[in-house]
Design a protein around this ligand. Structure first.
Ligand SMILES: Cc1cc2nc3c(=O)[nH]c(=O)nc-3n(C[C@H](O)[C@H](O)[C@H](O)COP(=O)(O)O)c2cc1C
Length: 187
């Protein structure tokens, strides 16, 4: 049995990122994957005020460990000003360096009002994940015009996008499973 967590990449209340994350979590559960959604609304921002990089902060450690407790992670990001939200960079900057993300399966979903469906933030995240030596799953999913194209109950209105999402979910499960097996053999 594998465990794949989902990170909703913003702290904006009532966000589309959290709605998409919750919907995608159900798709993983339908495939018998243990899945938990973590939201950056719960990142302990007040405990890092003043720039406490490198400090041992129990609330941050607890949040990070929860997010990274699975065998792989899906990050759902919105687009804010042509990039991913600042809180998501804050989360990454407070992860243990260099260990976090190393050899860790990561998968990306973008959502935005705009036509490109958060292509820019996803590519920015991929660049960071490469730097942090993650195993990046190559099928990304972009949800443009998210308020029209996505419904929390029914999912993606466009059949083609819906198929892409199914393919991403199934592919990422296999990818994570194979990496887990490979790591067990190597260690
Ligand atoms: C601060 C901010 C900046 C935004 N910048 C962009 C942008 O650059 N491009 C875009 O397509 N949409 C932009 N939007 C719209 C969001 O991508 C869209 O509303 C998205 O669904 C918000 O995600 P969320 O509900 O997960 O916070 C912006 C929204 C916010 C709040």
């Amino acid at each position: 049995m594998i465990n794949i967590n989902i990170l909703s990449g913003t702290d904006r209340p009532n966000s589309n990122a959290l709605k998409v994350s919750t919907y995608v979590a159900e798709l993983f559960r339908e495939k018998d994957v243990i899945t938990e959604v973590h939201s950056l609304e719960d990142f302990p921002l007040k405990d890092v005020a003043g720039g406490r990089y490198g400090d041992d902060i129990p609330s941050v450690k607890k949040f990070n460990e929860g997010v990274l407790s699975g065998d792989g992670l899906v990050i759902v990001t919105p687009e804010y000003n042509g990039g991913f939200p600042g809180i998501l960079k804050m989360f990454i900057d407070y992860l243990p360096f260099p260990k976090a993300f190393e050899k860790y399966p990561l998968c990306f979903i973008g959502e935005a009002d705009g036509y490109f469906g958060a292509l820019r933030p996803v590519e920015q995240l991929q660049a960071i994940a490469t730097y942090r030596k993650a195993h990046i799953y190559p099928e990304r999913l972009f949800i443009p015009r998210v308020n029209k194209e996505f419904d929390q109950e029914e999912g993606l209105r466009d059949d083609f996008k819906s198929e892409l999402l199914q393919s991403q979910v199934e592919g990422f499960i296999r990818f994570t499973d194979q990496i887990k097996e490979m790591e067990l053999i190597n260690n």
